[in-house]
Ligand binder design. Sequence first.
Ligand code: PMV
Length: 330
Amino acid sequence: MKATAKAHTNIALIKYWGKRDETLILPTNNSLSVTLDGFYTTTSVEFNEQFTKDTFVLDDVSIAGEQYQRVANFLNLVRQLAGKEIYAEVKSTNAVPTAAGFASSASGFAALAAASTKAIGLKLDNTELSRLTRQGSGSACRSIFGGFAEWKKGEKDDGTDSFAVPITPKEHWDIRVAAVVLSSKMKKVSSREGMKRTVDTSPFFQGWVDSIPTDLAEIKEGIFAKDFEKVGQIAEANCLKMHATTLGAQPPFTYWLDTTVTVMQTVRALREQGIPAYFTIDAGPNVKVLYLPENEEEVQSTLRNIPGVTDVKLSRVGQGITYLEDESIV
Ligand code: PMV
C-alpha cells in the first residue's frame, strides 16, 4: 500500500487572508493563484499493518514536534475517510527553497494528500482531494490544479463546499514569476497567527473582505483575455490591501523589511521604463515578481542588482498533482 505524488507550490494573486473556521480551515474570502513549476514537493506514503505509529522524514531528516503532528493529524483524516486503522511512513523531498518565502506547506500538503489517499486505496476526484487537502493547509487546496485555480470559500459550516476549482490549464498562458530572496532572519508571524490577529482586531479587515468579489471578477476577465497589465495591476493592489490589514491589527505588525519596499519600488521603476512587471508578497518579507517571457533577462538582472537581494529564482506556470507512475513525471 504505497504511492508517490508530486505537487507544486502556488502563488496567490488574490490572497487568502482570514479564516471563518480555524479547525476546518474555512476562509472568509475566495482566493486565486497560479501554480509554479519551479518549486515542488515529492512525497511517498506507505501504509503497513506492521507500523506502530506514523513516521515522517523530510529531506532525509526524521521530523518530530509540531510539524510531525500536522502530518499525523492529516493522516487521521485520511484513515477516517478510508475506515482503516493503519499507520504510515511518509517520506518527502522539498524542491521549494524555504528561504524563498514560499509556503512549502502548499506543495507539501497537496503531495501528502494525493499520495496518502492513493496508498490507502481511496479513489477521490480532484474536487474531493482539494477539499481534503484544505484541512492540512488552506493554500494547499489550490495546488491540486495546475495553471490558474480559484479556492471557493463556500458557505456551509461543514466545509463541504470549500475547495479549489481550475480556472485555466497551464498551457493557457506563459507568464513568469521571479521569487526575490532577501537576506533576513526576521522572526516571522506565521500566516495562521497573522490572519487570526487581523480578523480579531483590524478595523480594515471588513474592507478587505468586501473588496474581493470585484477583484476576483476582474482578474478572471484579465486571465481569460491574457491581459497582463490588468492581471498584474489587480494582483499588486490586492496584495497591498492584504498587507494594509496587518498595520491596522492590534498589536500592529508588518511582514515587510526595508529591502521589501526597495524591491517594490524597483518593480514600479521597471514599469516606468515600459517593462510590465508587478509584485506580490505573502506572509513574509520576500517579493514575487510577475513578468512576461520577453522581459526575463532585464527583469532578472535588475532584481539581482538590488542591494540586500541574495537570490532570484525564476519559475514558469506549473501543472497540478501527478503520481510517480505517470508518464508526465520528469
Ligand atoms: O495556507 P497558509 O496557512 O500557508 O496561508 C497562506 C496565506 C498567504 O500565503 C498569505 C496567501 C495565500 O493565499 O496563499
